[in-house]
Design a protein around this ligand. Structure first.
Ligand SMILES: [Zn+2]
Length: 436
């Protein structure tokens, strides 16, 4: 089976290459903005929209980019428009491209890119020297696409993976949650992966950004201080995102290892695609932040491809009532706290375990039949990454001088000892604040 996968690399560029990369991203931003402006105008004055081929003809050779890059960006613009069209047809709120962009990630299609071991060569068009990038490690597979972000390369690779016969003899099921990232069961034992580390990253991120936002709001537009603060904000964001990505990869690997060990043939997880839709203002603010920021989609994606690589099937299923229905008697109630206690038959088990066991029960005939899958209470807990370094709380960012870049981390974030942590991203923010 052919599988395509996007791999993301952090790259370090030489000064001359850095200038080249920046110039390419600026140039692509210019192209994007031009397209947006023309399209916006046509929409405003009810003129016919230019077609993709018209755009391609018009912009050919007008930007300092490889001709295929220009084509790819125009293609992206039009697929954006198509998506908006279908979304609107389906009654969803969607807007056509309207935002002007300073930077935009240029894209190269497979044929124009050269990849030899670690060395990636991206052509910049006739008469301009190509951009040479060294990847952190060699990659295998055929290059489908390369996207260049800020100090980041997104490589879309396609590779052949062996297809195992899909048996449905040993199903497993996972219940996604907030306190616990996932509870995965094979019907005998349950693996619970904690979501606490993730939450502390998310909270640190939100608090850090909020603190910087307050500072930014006080600055004059265009001032050096403001620029520094904005830079610090991006830095903090990137760092937190990288931490989340790392944690989710670890968590997915742990779940896959469990599935392999238990010789599962396929795994069902809850479908949380619309968990936040239509809930605006209905939930408490705290809860909204928790669930809305929760990268369930990202985690499910990782899980899906990692399971596929080892020949285990993966399917999504609605999670409705799986954590509210008593597996013993079928009585529905909303459990409070981490334990599930049935008010009718007094059945007691961990809430996430109940959610996990109700998933395979539901898979059989889309019904939770009481007594079919009873939690055994055999539970194993894992943390995706060690809780050693956490994004610290952004306490009083304004009052911390340059000498106070070491920030105490609260015990409530899950640290055994209230030790001090040095955080580069946060230090940047603090230095920026103090420099004025
Ligand atoms: Zn019950």
């Amino acid at each position: 089976m052919q599988s395509t996968m996007v791999q993301q690399f952090q790259i370090k560029l030489s000064p001359s290459n850095w200038v080249k990369a920046r110039e390419a991203r600026l140039e692509t931003g210019r192209l994007w903005t031009r397209m947006v402006k023309v399209h916006r105008r046509c929409r405003k004055y009810h003129q016919p929209w230019p077609t993709q081929s018209k755009y391609e003809k018009h912009y050919k050779g007008k930007f300092d980019l490889h001709s295929q890059t220009v084509q790819a960006i125009i293609g992206k613009f039009f697929s954006n428009i198509e998506t908006t069209k279908t979304n609107r047809k389906n009654g969803l709120k969607a807007s056509y491209p309207w935002r002007e962009r300073k930077y935009y990630n240029p894209v190269w299609k497979g044929q124009s890119v050269r990849l030899k071991g670690k060395n990636l060569t991206l052509p910049m068009g006739k008469g301009r020297s190509p951009l040479k990038i060294k990847l952190p490690h060699a990659v295998t597979g055929r290059v489908v696409q390369v996207e260049l972000g800020f100090n980041t390369v997104y490589l879309t690779l396609s590779a052949e993976i062996p297809v195992q016969p899909r048996l449905f003899s040993r199903p497993g099921a996972g219940d996604l949650g907030v306190c616990n990232l996932i509870a995965l069961t094979d019907g005998e034992e349950t693996l619970i992966i904690s979501g606490r580390g993730l939450r502390s990253i998310q909270q640190g991120r939100a608090k850090g950004i909020a603190a910087l936002d307050t500072q930014i709001a006080k600055c004059k537009k265009g001032s050096r201080r403001r620029k520094k603060l904005v830079k610090a904000k991006w830095s903090l964001r990137r760092k937190a995102d990288a931490q989340v990505r790392n944690l989710l990869h670890h968590a997915a690997n742990q779940a896959v290892a469990f599935a392999v060990k238990k010789e599962l043939t396929h795994v069902t997880t809850g479908d949380l695609g619309d968990i936040n839709r239509g809930t605006k203002g209905k939930k408490k603010k705290q809860n909204n932040q928790d669930v809305g920021n929760w990268p369930h989609g990202q985690y499910t994606r990782y899980l899906n491809y990692k399971l596929q690589q080892v020949g285990i099937g993966h399917a999504k299923q609605s999670e409705a009532y799986t954590s509210q229905t008593c597996p013993a008697c079928g009585h529905k109630h909303k459990p409070k706290g981490r334990m599930f206690r049935c008010p009718k038959c007094k059945f007691t088990a961990l809430r996430d375990e109940v959610g996990a066991y109700n998933q395979p029960n539901k898979t059989i005939d889309n019904n939770i039949i009481p007594g079919r899958c009873i939690p055994t209470g055999k539970v194993k807990y894992l943390r995706p990454v060690r809780l050693k370094r956490v994004v610290p709380r952004a306490v009083d960012a304004a009052d911390t001088g340059p000498t106070k870049t070491i920030v105490a981390v609260s015990r409530s974030l899950g640290l055994a000892n209230g030790s001090t942590v040095y955080q580069k991203a946060f230090a940047l923010a603090t230095v920026a604040v103090a420099s004025d």
